[in-house]
Every structure is written in structure tokens, then in C-alpha cells.
Ligand binder design. Structure first.
Ligand SMILES: Nc1ncnc2c1ncn2[C@@H]1O[C@H](COP(=O)(O)OP(=O)(O)OP(=O)(O)O)[C@@H](O)[C@H]1O
Length: 368
């Protein structure tokens, strides 16, 4: 288990009461402003002492108030990256990176300077001064500095929040690589659904100091009800696909997912390239028969596997489409009119596909 947290902490009128476990290589802590994300990260990092509870990172007990254990922050081997890069202005990039190693005992230094700078694409910046770097470059150096301290875990508290969309898109592929190729698990605080859909393998949803959901990113993102603050706008299923072919004459790309094929605006990706798509629950229309005479190109056959009532007049209908699962938000009235029940075969008409592309961030292909 990478993270095992069960803690209570009071600060003023606010109480954090958080319990979750995560095996994720990148665990996103998601929730609205004031829900307790930073408080939780600070408790894991040792910047605050929780009133009560237990925190384990990779099976190592960092806090156990019952047993009187509280490992001080400099002994936790946890790297921190904040919203602002906080580089030392009087040190160049190389010196800033070496500073990361300063507090790690020599025998415990395993992170390879060359490998880290290559992975983050900062090897050509080593002699530059922080003031000459872009926001995205500064954050990559800050991540490198944290990694070179040989942490057991990397905590990132909204590291991209102060960057514009273009700079964020520049950093995403590096975080993808760290997640997939590096050996340091990460915790990312974020309140951006597209960001966590792009990066997270596990998600912990916080609301008003409590964990309202936690689990695999693909499971959590399917359910609109876990994202009340995002409304139904952002939530949806994550579906992996590959570029099957391009239809140049129409400016379209056909993607192959387990659920079927989907046609979207021409993507600048080679045939065979993997794409992670988000099919938002509110962008799925259900039909009992294969639709005819409509302009939508994306219709996926599926079977209803679950129906969940949500607040208000809505219902979440989960479909199995091949080995993918897709959620549609429909009104209770539509559900009754169509006679939707578990086991019923239906057609999911996908109005719009949101997906991520390296270096381009999230793109929306509408009304295909
Ligand atoms: N030192 C403190 N004393 C009293 N209350 C505090 C203290 N620090 C934070 N709080 C309160 O605790 C709550 C949780 O704050 P926290 O910063 O953890 O939220 P957050 O989810 O990280 O928010 P944001 O996304 O805005 O950074 C807030 O209501 C905040 O006002």
C-alpha cells in the first residue's frame, strides 16, 4: 500500500476527518476550495501534527497518535512541490537541483542526476538562472529538485495552478513520464477535473473535510455525483482508445476503443497512438434502437448494468459497452419513458468527446 491514512484534525471551526488507502502511482486529492486538501497534504508531509490518527507511506508509519509516533518532516523522505516553484534566485538551475540532495544522507542518494534532468527535459537549462525560466520550466526544475532528494513520496500542492493552459500542457507529458517510468509515487492536489482525468491513477474526493469517495481514477470519474461542485458538466467515463485511421477528405480521425469506434475531428497523432478520452455523462443520450437520420456519428451499443438515483430529477445509468463502462445522466422521466432497467440493451449516442493530447492539453471534439 502506498498511502494509508486515517486521521482527524481540528483547526478553528474546520475538522478534517479523512480515511482512505491508495495504491496509485499518482493519487489526486480533489475537492473544492476549503475542503481540506492542503491540510491533508501538510499532515502527510509533517508540516502539521494531526489531533488524532495514523499515516503510513509505503508501509512505514509516519504518524500514530495512539502509539505516540510522529516522524518529524525532515525524516519523512517526502518531496514537496508547491504552486510557486520557490527556486533560490541566487543559485542557477544546476545548484538548485543539487540543493535537493543536500539533506539526504550520502548512502541514501540513489536518484541519478542525469536521468532526472533528462526525464524532465531540463538538461539544457542547467546553467540558467531561475529569473530567465518560463513558469513551466521553473516547475520542472522544482520537481527535479524534489526528486533528487530521493523521496519515498512526492507531494504536489496545485503545482500547475498558476500556469496558463499552454504551460500546463507543456508539463503534463513530463508528469505522465514520471508516473509511468519513475519510481516515486505522487500525490497531486488539484481542483481541475480535466487535469486529474489526464494524470491520476487514483482519486480521493474531499468535501468539507471528509472523504466522499476514493478509488481508481477510472471508477471515480464515471460518477457525476462525486463531483457536485463540477455539476454534471465535467464528470464522465475514462475510455482508452487508439487511432485507427484518418479520414483526410472529411478532416476526421477514427478511434478504436473496447466500446466500439468513435469519430472525432482530425487529430495530429499517428495511427496506433494511444488516446485517453473522457465521455462526459451529460454528453451521452440513450436510445432503445440504433438511431437513424441523425447527424451524430458516434453510437455505441451497450447494456444497462446499474441505475443510480442522484440528487434532483436525475439518474446515472451505467452501461457496459464491450469491456468499457460508460455513464449517461438522464432524467427520471426519460428513464421511465424508455423503460430503462438493468439488463436492457441500449444505444449510447455520444454527443461530444473530450480527450487529451500530448502537448495540447484537453481538446474538445464537439458534435461529431
Ligand atoms: N491555521 C488554521 N486555523 C484555522 N483554520 C484553518 C487553518 N488553516 C486552514 N484552516 C481552514 O481549514 C479549512 C481547510 O483548508 P485547506 O487549506 O486545507 O483547504 P483546501 O481544500 O486546500 O483549499 P484550497 O483549494 O482553497 O487551497 C478551511 O476552511 C480553512 O479556512
Amino acid at each position: 500500500m502506498i498511502l494509508d491514512v486515517d486521521l482527524r484534525h481540528r483547526q478553528g471551526a474546520f475538522t478534517l476527518d479523512a480515511r482512505f488507502q491508495s495504491e496509485g502511482r499518482l493519487t489526486a486529492l480533489f475537492g473544492p476550495s476549503g475542503s481540506g486538501k492542503t491540510t491533508l497534504v501538510n499532515a502527510i508531509g509533517g508540516l502539521l501534527r494531526p489531533t488524532q490518527g495514523r499515516i503510513c507511506v509505503k508501509e512505514r508509519v509516519l504518524v500514530d497518535t495512539r502509539q505516540g509516533i510522529f516522524v518529524p518532516k525532515h525524516r519523512r523522505r517526502i518531496g514537496y512541490v508547491f504552486q510557486e516553484a520557490r527556486l533560490f534566485p541566487h543559485l542557477n538551475v544546476r545548484q538548485n537541483l543539487h540543493f535537493g540532495r543536500w539533506f539526504t544522507p550520502k548512502r541514501e542518494r540513489v536518484a541519478d542526476f542525469h536521468a532526472v534532468t533528462e526525464l524532465l527535459g531540463i538538461a539544457h537549462l542547467l546553467d540558467r538562472w531561475p529569473s530567465t525560466l518560463s513558469g513551466g520550466e521553473k516547475q520542472r526544475v522544482a520537481i527535479g529538485r524534489a526528486l533528487l532528494s530521493d523521496p519515498q513520496l512526492l507531494l504536489m500542492d496545485e503545482p500547475l495552478a498558476s500556469l496558463d493552459e499552454e504551460r500546463k500542457a507543456e508539463i503534463y507529458p513530463y508528469i505522465d513520464r514520471l508516473r509511468d517510468e519513475g519510481d516515486v509515487p505522487m500525490v497531486l492536489v488539484s481542483h481541475s477535473v480535466p487535469e486529474i482525468a489526464r494524470l491520476a491513477t487514483s482519486i480521493v474526493v474531499l468535501n468539507d473535510g471528509r472523504v466522499t469517495a476514493s478509488g481508481l481514477a477510472s471508477d471515480i470519474l464515471r460518477h457525476p455525483r462525486f463531483f457536485p461542485q463540477a455539476g454534471l458538466v465535467e464528470a464522465g467515463a475514462l475510455v482508452e482508445a487508439r487511432v485507427l485511421r484518418h479520414e483526410e477528405a472529411y478532416g476526421l480521425t477514427v478511434l478504436q476503443a473496447a466500446a466500439g469506434t468513435l469519430t472525432v475531428s482530425r487529430l495530429n497523432l499517428p495511427v496506433g497512438a494511444p488516446v485517453r478520452m473522457r465521455l462526459r455523462a451529460r454528453d451521452i443520450i440513450l436510445s432503445l434502437a440504433p438511431p437513424e437520420g441523425i447527424s451524430a456519428l458516434n453510437v455505441l451499443p451497450g447494456t444497462v448494468v446499474a441505475i443510480e438515483e442522484v440528487e434532483g430529477s436525475g439518474v446515472d445509468v451505467t452501461l457496459a459497452c464491450g469491456s468499457d463502462s460508460i455513464v449517461a445522466s438522464v432524467t427520471r422521466k426519460s428513464m421511465e419513458r424508455l423503460g430503462i432497467k438493468v439488463g436492457l440493451p441500449v444505444q449510447a449516442i455520444v454527443k461530444s468527446v473530450a480527450f487529451d493530447r500530448d502537448a495540447l492539453g484537453t481538446v474538445h471534439a464537439k458534435n461529431m
